[in-house]
Ligand binder design. Sequence first.
Ligand code: UD1
Length: 337
Amino acid sequence: MKQVLVTGGAGYIGSHTIVSLVEQGFYPIIVDDLRNSSRVILDGLAELTVDRFLFIPIDICDKEALFRVFDDHTFDAIIHFAAYKSVGESCEVPLQYYQNNLIGLMNVLEACSRYSIPKFVFSSSCTVYGEPDQKQVYETTPKRLPESPYGFTKWMGEQIIEDVHRNSVPFQTICLRYFNPIGAHPSGLIGELPVGIPNNLLPYITQTAAGIRSHLTVFGNDYPTPDGTCIRDYVHVNDVADAHVRALLFTSENPLSVFNIGTGKGTSVLEMIQYFNEVSGMDLPYHIGSRRAGDITEIFANVSYSNATLGWRAKRNVKEALNDAWNWEKRQAKSND
Ligand code: UD1
């Protein structure tokens, strides 16, 4: 059975990927220090996979601890999720973002070479496109400078990987540029667990519906879009998870490949509220507020290259994702009672 090291495997996208990996016959070994996750997710994973994974609690910025994991185990691939991901927080504590996200990445890349790991999958983001001229972006769309230190860590992460690949390295890298992952596993056993007040739209919507927040603030309705609110490409986290399995199965002459991971369809904030109301039967309280600094107007993926070359496409729609996210939130509310 193929063994895969999954850094940040207890996180939001990481945990859903563990389930996909186990379903496809891989044996994942998670390294995660749980600073941005919780035992609840590991318990959910244990139930969903019947314990078919190993968990090692270390910080990947601790290079000695990380290399000890490589001394003790062999890996056919590494999927590297472990990173901070809050745009707003990254503006407040940029050094923490650069230290954690870049040192972690460099340690893992060094391990790839030193331990001859044949395949490396990197969690990148559509943030590397900045504010694009064309709203639908291809992998070949020129990268633009991002708006936040978080965005820069992804942008620089890709640059570091490119530079490493300029010398012939003995491993293949696949960068997956996620658009906006949302939703949860349909079982309700794992999902997004934001620490404190959520920054992202979906957990804010579900926490408002659960009564944890009084209302959602829509950040601006004066954008040049049909209803004035920003447009994003929301993609079900289980589809994002499946993309990682495809990446492990993908072989190419090219040592470095980049794929957009989205649905190819944009949805506005007001449409998200309307869809949420449809799936939940609720009437979500919201106010229109001012624009949030750093938000771009509109972006969505062109996914023809991912469909044709990676052999991956999103199978679930936004309403399914909203339904699964709401199911997860309700289960959380119950278990907190
Ligand atoms: C950002 C990052 C993305 C990252 C993601 C997860 C950029 C350009 N994008 O996405 O790379 O993967 O965070 O951390 O850096 N909104 C509201 N009210 C809220 C919250 C959000 O109206 O309370 C709106 C936002 O203005 C935006 C949309 O909802 O238009 C989505 O926001 P969010 O979920 O935070 O994701 P992004 O900012 O698109």
